[in-house]
Design a protein around this ligand. Structure first.
Ligand code: ADP
Length: 295
């Protein structure tokens, strides 16, 4: 289920005083199965971009091919596109509304016209995939904690078994533990499933840890599209856009500037630990011995 956008422009409020060009000449190809991150400051066009992916908004001009088919051609089934591309909005728990968790998660597959047993089967699989405890299936979604509500909302999209899962800041407002758990589960789903994942995030640490490809948006334009490591090597340019590299990048550069020969492209804590230890072993072995630890 590949995605191909060609020269997409999107303008809000064309012909009014509020005209705003939110996307400028965006071209992008995502092969099936990739885990892609999108970052950018508020208002850079991230939400507008991802709403194109399931046809919620239609480009002012440009082309969109889903699995080789022209989405904007006459007769193309938008319903089909929405079944294949599941979009989890920011604060998706605001859209929970059914009397209990299981019924809520069944809503999507029911809408797809699936029989009741199949809906329940899919809903249970989806709830299990996001780590939601079975004993609360009968609970009102409104009585759950913030993290659990978020899980139910994500399960509601997963139950439709999309081939592409698009998440707009899925961890916004969660505490660090809830944030890590949800992202770990999404990464696990990506590993196990036959699914493309597009993750919009504000957190450089999160994208560095999880995604294989990172797209940076700035004022409606796609300014970087590369591996997270390569993108973060432009940390000075990112700063000019009001963004920053992961904190680790700054620590690595500071250590290097102070004479420790570390790999400055390390972006995760684990990579940083390895390269610091390696450099210490070579340059300052006595430091490691003094602390009584060799690792
Ligand atoms: P992001 O998700 O990166 O915060 P958005 O895609 O929401 O960015 O917004 C991109 C630009 O489009 C911003 O300047 C924003 O103010 C504008 N915009 C977003 N939604 C609307 C709308 N419904 N009407 C008019 N302008 C909008």
């Amino acid at each position: 289920m590949s995605i191909k956008l060609e020269h997409i422009n999107y303008i809000y409020g064309e012909g009014t005083a509020y005209r705003k060009q939110a996307l400028k000449d965006v071209s992008l190809e995502i092969p099936h199965g990739q885990f892609v991150g999108i970052i950018g400051h508020t208002g850079s066009g991230k939400s507008t971009l991802i709403q194109h992916l399931n046809g919620l908004i239609r480009a002012t001009d440009g082309k969109f091919y889903f699995n080789g088919e022209d989405v904007y051609a006459e007769g193309y089934s938008m319903r089909n596109l929405r079944n294949e591309v599941g979009l989890v909005f920011q604060y998706p728990e605001h859209q929970l509304f059914e009397v209990d968790v299981l019924t809520d998660v069944c809503f999507g597959p029911k809408n797809q016209g699936l029989p009741k047993e199949e809906c329940e089967k899919r809903a249970k699989e989806a709830l299990e995939a996001v780590g939601f405890p079975e004993k609360y299936y009968g609970q009102s979604p409104f009585d759950l904690s913030g993290g659990q509500k978020r899980r139910v909302a994500i399960a509601g999209v997963l139950a439709m078994q999309p081939k592409v899962l698009v998440l707009d800041e899925p961890t916004a407002g969660l505490d660090p533990k809830g944030r890590d758990e949800i992202l770990d589960q999404i990464a696990e789903l990506h590993r196990q499933g036959d699914m493309t994942v597009v993750l919009v995030s504000h957190s450089m640490e999160d994208v560095a840890k999880y995604v294989e490809r990172l797209i940076v948006m700035n004022h409606g334009e796609m300014v970087f599209d590369d591996t997270p490591k390569n993108v973060f090597s432009h940390y000075k340019e990112l700063e000019e856009m009001g963004l920053a590299a992961p904190q680790i990048t700054y620590i690595m550069h500071a250590l290097s500037e102070n004479g420790l020969n570390v790999d400055t492209t390390a972006t995760t804590v684990e990579e940083a630990r390895d390269t610091i230890l390696e450099a210490l072993k070579k340059q300052k072995p006595s430091l490691l011995k003094k602390g009584g630890r060799s690792e």
